[in-house]
Design a protein around this ligand. Sequence first.
Ligand code: AMP
Ligand code: GLY
Length: 426
Amino acid sequence: MNILILGGGGREHALAWAALQNPKCDKLIVAPGNAGIAGIATCAPVDPCDTAEVLALCEEEAMELVIVGPEAPLAAGVADRLREAGLAVFGPSAAAARLEASKAFTKEICDACGAPTARWARFTEAAAAKAHIRAEGAPIVVKADGLAAGKGVVVAETVAEAEGAVDAMLAGAHGAAGAEVVIEEFMRGEEASFFVLVDGTDVLPLGTAQDHKRIGEGDTGPNTGGMGAYSPAPVMTPEVETRALEEIVKPVVAEMARRGTPYSGVLYAGLMIDAGQPRLVEVNARFGDPEAQVLMLRLGAQALDLMHAVAEGRLAGCRANWGEDHAMTVVMAAEGYPGSYAGGEAIGGLEDLPEDSFHQCFHAGTARRDGRFVSAGGRVLTLTARGATLEEAAERAYAMVRAVDWPGGVWRSDIGWRALAGGGAP
Ligand code: AMP
Ligand code: GLY
């Protein structure tokens, strides 16, 4: 099978690695890819959101399956156009990807199907939004409705902070994404990510993970795209997973089908779990980054078979075989991230890192210059390891981090602290 993966981050490097473990993968192209991905697959300098270019590439290279990594091409309808052209596509239609592209839409779906989530209201006028905030009190959560690269959410500790967030969003801090704001009840509990494959009607749970969104140790400082993750997430006990599937995922999937916009792809449910009750925080229409890195290392070759089954609408009867294993990924980022940062810093030691089914260095943002790897992004490397226990996975991942020769690189040394401490504080 000839496979095209759209995207160029650590997630796509992990997806590419998993696809290559499967003997069904004959030819693999990643567009645009990155310098790390170029070590295992062909990279094509094509913009994943440019439908015409992607279609031309598929035709030239006789692609058969397209796996869409990031959200932007999904929201732009690239999956729709590729499907119309007769390709098998892993990734939802633009209509179904609204579950990620509009927070108010997801809330409407939850209300329509009774999925537990935070109480909410939507506003386009600052005065009405502020009156609502004052009536509800703090803490309270203010969100830009649209895609804001993970930066459109303010968990406000005070009424004044929430009002300030409303003003900033409606004034255009996130462009059109903030023309409407969603104001939500603050939910307490522990967060976890639940990944479920969906082929329109059938669902298959694909594992759990916990991300670390804050830049600083102990979950402090500004939000990032994610500084590390591990899988499985112990807070997702079998009971919580069953509740999340029955009370949230299945009703949402049924409601999307009922509306004539069936969901096909991976449904990433961000959950808040309190006293065994999962509630929906958000939906993403794709794998998480860096959560994909830990899931792919654990799944290996079978990931491709499962994504292919989703793309062809034959998920019924498929199952994932999980080992009794744990995986962790630690992100190395450029100093200054998630604010401004420099690029072009030389990174050494990568050639000597172990590379097997227990250790992988997935590149998030690197380039090649004069034969050397250099940093070329905020998140640059995701050092990913697997072990019989989370402790073993952590030891292996951090040993890789220490072996990277990049004085400018920053990372969190406490990835997995909740699980490693048995659920307590660090
Ligand atoms: P989102 O982009 O919707 O996932 O929000 C980003 C982060 O904000 C989440 O991962 C949570 O940590 C936090 N958050 C969002 N909504 C809520 C809520 N209603 N209650 C508490 N925390 C929230
Ligand atoms: N790591 C969070 C996300 O991919 O949305």
